[in-house]
Design a protein around this ligand. Structure first.
Ligand code: NAP
Length: 280
């Protein structure tokens, strides 16, 4: 692979975890990074990573109305965005029956509607320039599911579907769209960032209590290294033909293979009934 031409990245949520690692990796590789944060102290830390090439933007991705002007101003200062990385997001943990419609709405606002608003803010420019790469950070939970995080999985499935369909709409304009689906990575995701709905219904103790305890115990010990995820992101954006979906981590690959095998077997087992519904 030859030396990469320097690009302008727009990465949401660069205060911690994967977003910070993505931003640091891109800056170390010589790229410019517009990074969104929600606190002035995080803006300062991010800006100090590379004073000439790290451009912090204060933005909550659920503030949909603020997004177009914030992105336009950043592009005016730094230049057109070549790579959008929709990374900001969080996990809601809670049994569905115990969780509120407000929990669901906030989960989709951050993990689906915000990323779409970010895409809409860069898409016209990418289309005019006939190039660009949109990387939507989904999750293995956007393909496999686990009990106790139904709203999170739903939000990541939604972003996967939007990502895949959008890719088909814009491929002819030279714009690539990739869903980047990590397994478990050592970040603040299952720690300070996670929203946990309090337990209420004893019927769910057997299914939910071990899951909650295991996730809390695992936080800080996850197998995935964000620095290596950042190297994977850089390889992805340099690829001539980037994939529609890229899983990160042995855990993600193992669980996805298992699901695909199970899906194939179930589709075969029910094939006759599935094929029984057409006219004639
Ligand atoms: P993290 O360390 O908690 O980082 C999340 C980042 O998103 C933080 O910068 C946070 O900002 C930002 N953020 C959250 N809600 C936001 C909002 N409404 N507006 C703007 N920024 C917001 O967790 P992470 O693991 O790096 O998460 C990054 C992405 O990876 C998420 O989309 C997550 O779902 C996904 N993911 C993570 C894992 C994993 O195991 N870690 C696995 C699969 C997918 P603040 O600092 O202001 O809160």
């Amino acid at each position: 692979m030859g030396a990469a031409i320097s690009k302008t990245f727009l990465i949401t949520g660069v205060s911690s975890g994967l977003g910070r690692a993505f931003a640091s990796g891109a800056l170390e590789a010589g790229h410019r990074v517009i990074g969104t944060v929600r606190r002035a102290s995080d803006a300062e830390v991010f800006g100090a990573l590379a004073p000439e090439r790290a451009y912090p933007v204060m933005l909550d991705v659920t503030d949909f109305e603020a997004i177009p002007a914030a992105v336009a101003e950043a592009e005016r200062q730094v230049g057109p965005v070549d790579v959008l990385v929709n990374n900001a997001g969080y996990g809601h943990e809670g049994v569905l029956e115990e969780s509120s419609m407000d929990d669901l709405q906030r989960q989709f606002a951050a993990n689906v509607f915000g990323p779409v608003a970010m895409i809409k803010a860069v898409l016209a420019g990418m289309r005019e320039r006939r190039r660009g790469h949109i990387v939507n950070v989904t999750s293995m939970g956007g393909f496999i599911t686990m009990p106790g995080i139904a709203f999170y999985c739903g939000s990541k499935f939604a972003l996967e579907g939007i990502s895949e369909a959008l890719g088909k709409e814009v491929a002819g304009f030279g714009i690539r769209v990739t869903a980047l689906a990590p397994g478990q990575f050592r970040t603040d995701w299952a720690g300070r960032s996670m929203e946990r709905t309090p337990r209420q219904l004893a019927d769910y103790d057997a299914v939910m209590d071990p899951i909650r305890a295991a996730r809390q115990a695992k936080s800080g010990n996850q197998p995935g290294d964000p620095v290596k995820a950042a190297q994977a992101l850089l390889a992805l954006v340099e690829a001539a033909n980037p994939p529609v979906r890229l899983f990160l981590g042995d855990d993600a690959l193992g669980l996805v293979e298992q699901k695909l095998d199970g899906m194939r077997a179930e589709i075969s087992a029910w094939e006759e009934l599935s094929r029984s519904t057409s006219f004639a």
